[in-house]
Design a protein around this ligand. Sequence first.
Ligand code: G3H
Ligand code: 13P
Ligand code: ZN
Length: 282
Amino acid sequence: MLVTGKEILDNAHKGNYAVGAFNVNNMEILQAVIAAAEETKSPVIVQTSEGAISYAGMDYLATMVRLAAEKASVPVALHLDHGTTYETIIGCIRNGWTSVMFDGSHHPLDENIAATKEIVKIAHACGVSVEAELGRLGGIEDNISVDEKDARLTSPEEAVKFVQGTGVDYLAIAIGTAHGKYKGEPKLDFERLQTIKGLLDMPIVLHGASGVPEDSIIKATKLGINKINIDTDIRVAFTEGVKSVVTTSDVYDPRKICGPAREAMKKVVMEKMNMFGCAGKA
Ligand code: G3H
Ligand code: 13P
Ligand code: ZN
């Protein structure tokens, strides 16, 4: 069934586990994520970036995910990942997304608060949950480019001011992760996470979680991370699945190429669900 992000994440916050939020760009990725959630009995967040929306179309994604959620035996939320424009956010709210992220993390604090507050007012009036981000992650995204040198970890004091000033339902914080593939091993600032969670009695979100070692993920979950974003590890699984069959020019049936890729992605998603502690929580 299709539910709000808040419903899934409030349960995770109360139960002290994390739910995976997986980036979806096409039918095979969506099917892999839903099949993994059903097999592990996990609640799940299907998320679409602005890039995914320009690639597949807002209407296609909305229709596919709604169908998948209606058929699913587990709770599914449809979330906008890193929304940067008013147009995308309002479009998603109108098209059935049950959760939206407004990413104003590149703005100065007061501007970020003012813009996020406006989004919260509209989204909540429509029964849609809101995520926002404070602090800067390293890595490159479609619309936001942050030099790793400028990456800035979330200040606990600012986090309190931000949440009080905006009324967001969950907050993404920067504690040392980065989007994309890591060059070395990421070192997470667990002390900062613990301080922020102690000040904010609400679900906390970790972006850039692909490639973060299992022990760090488990520790972060114990200390209060409730939503964990995964994209790159799915992209890698897709590509490896494709490569495993496209070894000669004799393979040219898309079903014989995308089928193994879908299986490879499902396996990765199931591993994440077991690691995050959401398996069996549906
Ligand atoms: O954090 C960003 C996600 O990995 C989405 O990436 O904007 O290339 O779809 P994308
Ligand atoms: P990764 O691609 O590093 O897994 O990050 C995903 C993410 O944070 C999406 O918002
Ligand atoms: Zn992200």
